[in-house]
Every structure is written in C-alpha cells, then in structure tokens.
Design a protein around this ligand. Sequence first.
Ligand SMILES: C[S@@+](CC[C@H](N)C(=O)[O-])C[C@H]1O[C@@H](n2cnc3c(N)ncnc32)[C@H](O)[C@@H]1O
Length: 253
Amino acid sequence: MRARLKYAALLAYGRYRALRRENVRFRGAFGSFDEAIANVRPGLMAGYDHDRVTPVSREVMQQVPLWDFPILYWLKRLTPEITRLVDAGGHIGVKYRAFGPYLDLDCIDWIVYDLPSLVKAGRAQIRPQDRTLSFVDRIEEAPAADVLLASGLMPYLNEPLVDLVRRLRAPPRHILLNKVVTRDGPTVVTLENFGVAEVPYHIRNVGEVPAALETLGYDIIDSWTIDSLAHRIQTHPELGRAVYRGYVARLRS
Ligand SMILES: C[S@@+](CC[C@H](N)C(=O)[O-])C[C@H]1O[C@@H](n2cnc3c(N)ncnc32)[C@H](O)[C@@H]1O
C-alpha cells in the first residue's frame, strides 16, 4: 500500500512539473529514439548533430572527473598492448585532451568516431600537440584497433551496441564503456535539455549491455557504478533512479 501511494505521488508530481513546463534536465519517457525526436519542443534543435550543439559542455568534458579514473586505470594498464584506439562518441577529442597528462598519447593512434558536426568541429579545433588524433564520421573507416572506447556514448547511441561493434573492421581486443545509463525495467528514451536542443537519451535495461557483450564474444573483466551521477527523469520520477555504469570487456580467445 505504501509503495503504491509513493508511486502515485511521484507520478502526480512528475506530470505536474511537465504541465508547468519546468525547465528540467530530463523530460518525457518514450519508447524509441524516433518517438523522442518527434516530441522535441518547437523552436529547439533535435538531437546532437548540429553545429550549435558542438560547444555544449565541451569544457566540462575536457576535464577528468572521478568517474573517468577506472577508464584511465585500464588504459594505463593496457598501454603496452595499445597502439590504436577508436574513441566512439569522442566528441571533438575531449578525452584525448583530458587524458593527455596521464597517458603517453604519442604512442597511441587515437581515432575519434562521432557525428558529422562533431567531426567537423574536432578537425577545426585540432592543436599542434594533437599529433596522434584523427577523426572519422563513419566507424567503418577507422582502421582496426586494439581498444574500442565508448565513454558517454551509450545514452545517445541510436543503434544496438552489437551493430556498432560489428561495423568495425575487426573486433578490438578490449571494449571500455563508461557512463552507460541503466534501469531495472525496460529501456526508455527521454529527452535531455541542451538549452538550444533536446537530445534523445537512452536509459537502458540493466541487462542490455552485458547481453550485447556476450553476443559479441566478450567477457566482462571489470565493472563499476557511478553513484554520484544517479538521477531520475524529472517528469517521470516513478520510473526510478537511473544508474550509471562502466564496463571493461575482453574478447574471448
Ligand atoms: C556526452 S558526449 C561524450 C563525450 C566524451 N566521450 C565523454 O565521455 O565525455 C556524447 C557524444 O556521443 C556522440 N554521438 C551521439 N550519437 C552518436 C552516434 N550515433 N554515433 C557516434 N557518436 C554519437 C555525440 O555527438 C557526442 O559527441
């Protein structure tokens, strides 16, 4: 009874906030990426792939928050084995820049795969010291790599992870995923408020990524949660808290 009352109260509060059109970070709960896109508010851009979206959060992403350290640890640990890395959802090379002080990047051929607007911005902002950084907007064009890094990509990716990995020229030995947003129930797509745009944001069923890695023939050798990032969809708090996760997976030999 108490649980039902709590659910009803959360539901009513969320819909009240939606009705008031509060300027919340996450709005709506949709069944698919396309349904979310169809519900973007008039006057806002839909999705990530726009020139005016490329500066959003760029400075923050170029920092090394605590939740990046498991990824840094594994990159450092695997360094002798890594000569080439594909950074899917790598933005303008934000993690290449952020990790520069910690890794010998001159020894890693670092290829960012991202959407066309981000690739264009990344190429335009390349610095003289970015000697080993390059960009592709089709993952098929990236040469075979030792590592696939997808940090912060999964909430935005509008295709199954299995399909993305199978589009690579060859399966990488390691896959490093960070900021995979999960929930216990079915996958939902909400809209993230970027100010100038609303961007579909997947909160995936917790089993989805482990199942994809299993299908691809990978063993998960490390995983973690990022408790400080947990949040609810403000207009749908009854759907529960989203849990952020990271995984390191190794191709079965
Ligand atoms: C939040 S940023 C992550 C940036 C950085 N990797 C990090 O961890 O902070 C998400 C990135 O995913 C990219 N992205 C979204 N959908 C994508 C897709 N279908 N294919 C490739 N990149 C995509 C966005 O353009 C954006 O650069």
